[in-house]
Design a protein around this ligand. Structure first.
Ligand code: ATP
Ligand code: MG
Length: 459
């Protein structure tokens, strides 16, 4: 693909369209249509429809953010975001199929069947010249409201990273590069726009976004962009648990979960997402190996599934990420048979986790079922195995078991047994169940005394 080179020629070569001038006063570098790789064919019909209708109504209309970035990188954008000078109400009027959403950040969703095109009005930075109704900042500098409208130049300055501040103009098909994003695309660099400390204070989630884009695009984080993260990571603590949940889904379910995890650890942010898991990792040096190996295995497994176009449920991922704290919790519960102890521990672990990231019930229920399966899978005698095969969580539970074994846990070949059982003929299965004999006791390594004590101690 020669267009990036062409792009660099335009930006830095002889035929530079605009002399480089002082940052603050320079407008965007304009990349003409024949010198960038984006064609209208790459843009979804619905996004084009929105762009054209805005333009025809006399407004400015740009494709911006991931849509432009991913197309320039030769990838397929996940969605198309549009920026305009039309105010949300004006946008809403143009599209019957639209709704106004958001408070912290008001914008319009235009819906076409399953595709949603997000239309945002240009935002300006706000220097106290309004009385706090349209923009608000908490004491720590966090933006709690961001609805001061501005020009496209101003809009670009308040975006997060340089590579996310490139604007494809539907009027003339040029790309307007406000923050040197093209150069950072070329050098594969994540660079925050403006003063890093200030930008992270305004919105600490930008730290997670830096990691997410670095992992997803295989880019490096510029030093100035990465250096403050260790110090500022704690600012993630007050972020609402619901927003954090959205972020972890994006972090771990975009096909680069393993790389994302490594980066989160490198920048010391994982602890703010899964504090109990981090505690389990740090609790015992000898365990550390096992805990992290298991997490990495699970993430790699999800990445591979996503890579093959298979589905991955957040429940599976959460079950894996919280497996270590679940184990430590179970180990602390005495005088309870294994299953109730597991349920109690699950309850506790989830309760603690939702202080950091919410976990909607539609995920916590299957997550607990996957954990349950870990206790059920060893109990295979009689017709139990047949029944378990029918369980709606069998497959997930079995996959989970395989990951435990693959990461070094010794389960006496249980995974292999289940693999043979699933794919065996009726007779083979019958034989396998017979061979097991009567009610074999599952191995209990951690708490060998649990079971004996429960009958005497339970009221
Ligand atoms: P993807 O959709 O592939 O995850 P994206 O870059 O499109 O990546 P979105 O979350 O869809 O990310 O946001 C769209 C654009 O809005 C971003 O590219 C960026 O310009 C801007 N943006 C989003 N979140 C923030 C933020 N917290 N701070 C500043 N700008 C942001
Ligand atoms: Mg996007």
């Amino acid at each position: 693909m020669g267009f990036i080179n062409k792009l660099m020629d335009i930006l830095f070569g002889q035929n530079t369209a605009r002399e480089p001038v002082d940052e603050a006063t320079s407008g965007p570098r304009v990349i003409p249509r024949d010198q960038h790789g984006i064609s209208r064919r790459d843009i979804s019909d619905n996004a084009l429809k929105v762009l054209y209708r805005l333009k025809d109504a006399g407004y400015q209309a740009y494709l911006v953010g991931g849509g432009v970035r991913d197309l320039l990188l030769g990838g397929q954008p996940k969605d198309f975001d549009i920026a305009t000078d039309a105010h949300p109400e004006q946008v809403h009027k143009l599209f019957r199929n639209s709704i106004l959403i958001g408070r912290r950040f008001r914008l319009v969703h235009v819906r076409f069947g399953r595709e949603i095109i997000e239309v945002a009005t240009f935002r300006a930075s706000h220097n106290g010249d309004n009385n706090g109704t349209e923009a608000r900042q908490s004491e720590s500098g966090m933006l709690t409201r961001d609805n001061v409208y501005g020009t496209v130049d101003e809009d670009a300055q308040r975006r997060d990273f340089t590579i996310n501040a490139m604007y494809y103009n539907i009027d003339g098909f040029t790309i307007h590069d406000f923050a040197n994003g093209a150069a950072d695309i070329q050098s594969r660099t994540i660079r925050i726009i403006g003063e890093p400390y200030e930008r992270y204070r305004e919105d600490p989630v930008r730290m997670l976004r830096a990691i997410r884009f670095a992992a997803k695009l295989d880019f490096d984080i510029a030093d100035q962009t990465g250096d403050p993260i260790d110090e500022l990571g704690h600012l993630l603590q007050p972020i609402p648990a619901a927003r954090m949940f959205e972020e972890i889904l994006k972090l771990f379910l975009a096909g680069q979960g393993e790389a994302t995890y490594e980066l989160l650890q490198d920048y010391n942010l994982f602890r703010y997402l899964f504090p109990a898991t981090q505690a389990a990792i740090e609790a015992d040096q000898s365990e550390q190996q096992l805990v992290e190996t298991f997490i990495l295995r699970a993430l790699r497994n999800s990445d591979e599934r996503i890579g093959h176009g298979k589905s991955v449920t957040p429940a599976f991922l959460l079950a894996a990420l919280l497996w270590a704290p679940l184990q430590s919790r179970v180990a602390k519960i005495n005088n309870m048979p294994p299953l109730p102890a597991l349920h109690q521990a699950a309850q506790d672990v989830i309760q603690e986790q939702v202080r950091s990231t919410s976990i909607p019930r539609r995920f916590s229920t299957p997550m607990k079922e996957i954990w349950d399966m870990q206790l059920r899978l060893p109990r295979r005698h009689g017709n139990r195995a047949e029944q378990l095969l029918e369980h709606k969580r069998f497959r997930a539970g079995y996959d989970f078991l395989l990951i435990r074994e693959a990461s070094g846990e010794d389960l006496d070949g249980l995974g292999e047994w289940w693999t043979r059982f699933q794919y065996g003929s009726d007779e083979q299965r019958l034989e396998m169940s017979k061979v097991l004999g009567k009610a074999p006791r599952p191995k209990r390594k951690r708490k060998p005394t649990n079971h004996q004590s429960d009958s005497s101690n339970q009221a």
